[in-house]
Design a protein around this ligand. Structure first.
Ligand code: TEU
Length: 566
């Protein structure tokens, strides 16, 4: 049965609902908009889509602050709109994964409102992490943890922005690893556990094929919530020399992350999914290193996949990438889980821009007007080469909406348009994630590049989006879209997702080249200035850019990947 364990080799396309396509003309993407554009995904040739949150939410963190896990936010449509989206996806042969945010709720969630109203010591407060403060009058936070978005991870009930309106002003503090409007749940509480198992069933009953689990490494905290002096910021680490174990600095650590107790939750969820037919899957978003540690989330009775962020955070460098790929495959082989590969998502600078920054190891959290700017040509060239390398690797791969159009980061957004809470919470020092969340261009000659019927877009699109518009990309030979589509077709034809990798040193004639075989395909990337000569009998399947001409045949220029038939 070819559908069995489909997730082992799947290419999964991330849809960020507010920026994919707008159906009703309010300038914000929605579920009907997504449904109307699903053919684009089918034409691309991906196997599944993952929808970032569309649940009822005040949108303090673009929907990663959920007020009702069983309803669609009116901004995005209705539950019926979701059903229609799912049905259309099924017709087109696309599976659907939804996002689950279990680490925290919105402060608008019924549970949190009840907790505030019920006061200190109440059973309602026990579902969250309310604590008394330190200091003579409890005026200091319970511990020294910092929010990932910046600032303290604790807010005092009396000092909430809403305290003035709702009049609830006792002296307790509550924990929020992200925004003040995202209170962390207490996962030791049995009602929290049973509620989320019910939420899983709610969506499984609605026919979803799986879940992407937000901050999967963060739900269980060390007992006693001990102080922590290490880093708890947005993960920035990138190294040119990946460590032997594949570490690149992509891991969060400390008493709030990767605690042993979290695995018990996933073992329970595994059973919830196993009771359904159709091979439903759980995907961990866990910023955990080394890779052997991440692999513990995908043991056979836990999750099915985990995003491999070590690959994303590796510098554009032959030796570093070889190290990370080797470590990734080894770690996942040991637990018999598929490796995954990701280059972009809604939290990081788009790789077409990230890779165009000077200094191979730079990975900022957003790029603003005053930051060093990427070289767009270099960025796109490397991004295409990186993508073709990624799609040649065995395992499952993720594509973030727009990367198939060669979309760059919007690096020129006015600061007052920014909506990412990370932007103000980090003290305006890093531009934040809005630049990778700009509405997609569909039609080069329509207002708002065809994002929706009114031409409005919730963030302005840069002029460079015109040539990235889907209609142009689909019609242009050699476009980034064509490269993705052709590579995905070849990947299927040669069964690369289920293949296995062996490095081929004799073809990588320069230390700046990297070559491997996967099934009957040879994938070669040249990172260096010196062209790499291809064997005279080489049959080229696809390239990320034009090949050069040497004395004895074709050569692979710098920042180019080529697939050869073995
Ligand atoms: O991200 C979790 C997370 O740890 C990120 O903050 C990550 O470290 C950072 O963005 C890397 O630069 C998830 C969601 O993907 C993100 O959009 C949410 O803001 C966050 O959880 C809170 O729900």
């Amino acid at each position: 049965d070819s559908a069995r364990e489909w997730w082992r080799s799947a290419v999964i396309y991330q849809v960020y609902p507010r920026s994919f396509a707008d159906g009703d003309g309010d300038g914000i993407g929605d579920l009907p908009g997504i449904t109307s554009r699903l053919e684009h995904l089918a034409a691309l040739g991906v196997d599944a889509l993952w929808l970032s949150p569309f649940y009822r939410s005040p949108q303090a963190d673009a929907g990663y602050d959920v007020a009702d896990y069983r309803d669609v936010d009116p901004l995005f449509g209705t539950l019926e709109d979701f059903d229609r989206l799912r049905d259309r996806a099924t017709e087109l042969g696309l599976r659907v994964i939804v996002d689950l945010v279990p680490n925290h709720t919105s402060d608008d969630h019924e549970w949190f409102k009840a907790a505030l109203a019920a006061g200190p010591g109440s059973p309602e407060r026990a579902r969250y992490l309310f604590r008394e403060g330190q200091g003579e009058h409890g005026e200091l936070p319970p511990n020294n943890w910092k929010s990932i978005f910046g600032g303290p991870a604790w807010t005092r009930v009396s000092e909430r922005a809403a305290a003035a309106e709702d009049g609830i002003t006792d002296g307790q503090w509550y924990l929020h690893m992200f925004d003040t409007r995202q209170p962390d749940l207490d996962w030791e509480h049995p009602e929290v556990r049973s509620e989320f198992e019910d939420v899983l069933r709610f969506w499984l009953d609605r026919g979803v094929d799986g879940f992407r689990i937000d901050v999967a490494h963060g739900m269980v905290k060390a007992p006693g919530l001990p102080d922590w002096d290490g880093e708890v910021s947005m993960v920035e680490g990138t190294t040119e020399d990946a460590h032997e174990d594949g570490s690149t600095g992509a891991g969060n650590s400390g008493p709030m992350f990767d605690q042993e107790g979290v695995h018990e939750i996933y073992r329970a969820w595994h059973k919830v999914l196993a009771a359904y037919d159709g091979d439903r899957a759980l995907v961990a978003e866990a910023w955990v290193e080394p890779l052997s540690r991440l692999a513990r989330y995908v043991r056979s009775d836990e999750m099915h996949q985990a995003f491999n962020f070590s690959y994303l955070t590796t510098a554009w460098d032959a030796a570093a990438l070889r190290g990370v790929v080797t470590a990734s495959l080894k770690a996942s082989d040991e637990v018999e889980a598929p490796t995954t590969w990701v280059l972009s998502n809604h939290d990081v600078v788009r790789h077409a821009s990230r890779m165009g920054l000077a200094g191979a190891g730079v990975r900022p959290n957003g790029i603003g007007k005053n930051d060093p700017q990427p070289d767009p040509e270099l960025g796109l060239r490397r991004a295409r080469a990186a993508t073709l390398q990624m799609l040649g690797l065995p395992g499952s791969a993720y594509v973030y909406q727009g990367e198939e159009l060669g979309l760059p980061e919007h690096t020129d957004l006015d600061d007052d348009l920014r909506q990412d809470p990370a932007w103000w919470r980090n003290g305006y020092t890093e531009a934040g994630r809005d630049g990778c969340r700009v509405p997609l261009p569909w039609e080069a000659d329509a207002p708002g590049y065809g994002f929706g019927p009114s031409g409005e877009t919730w963030l302005p699109q840069p002029a460079s989006y015109k040539e990235c518009a889907a209609d142009v990309q689909r019609a242009t030979e050699g476009s980034t879209f064509s490269m993705y589509r052709d590579a995905l077709a070849l990947r299927k034809e040669h069964d690369l997702g289920l293949g296995s990798l062996a490095w081929v040193d004799e073809l990588a004639t320069s230390p700046a080249a990297l070559a491997f075989v996967n099934n009957d395909v040879l994938v070669l990337t040249n990172f260096g200035a010196e062209p790499v000569a291809l064997p005279t009998d080489a049959r080229v399947l696809i390239t990320s850019g034009p090949l050069g001409e040497g004395d004895a045949g074709s050569t692979v220029p710098q920042d180019t990947t080529v697939w050869l038939q073995r």
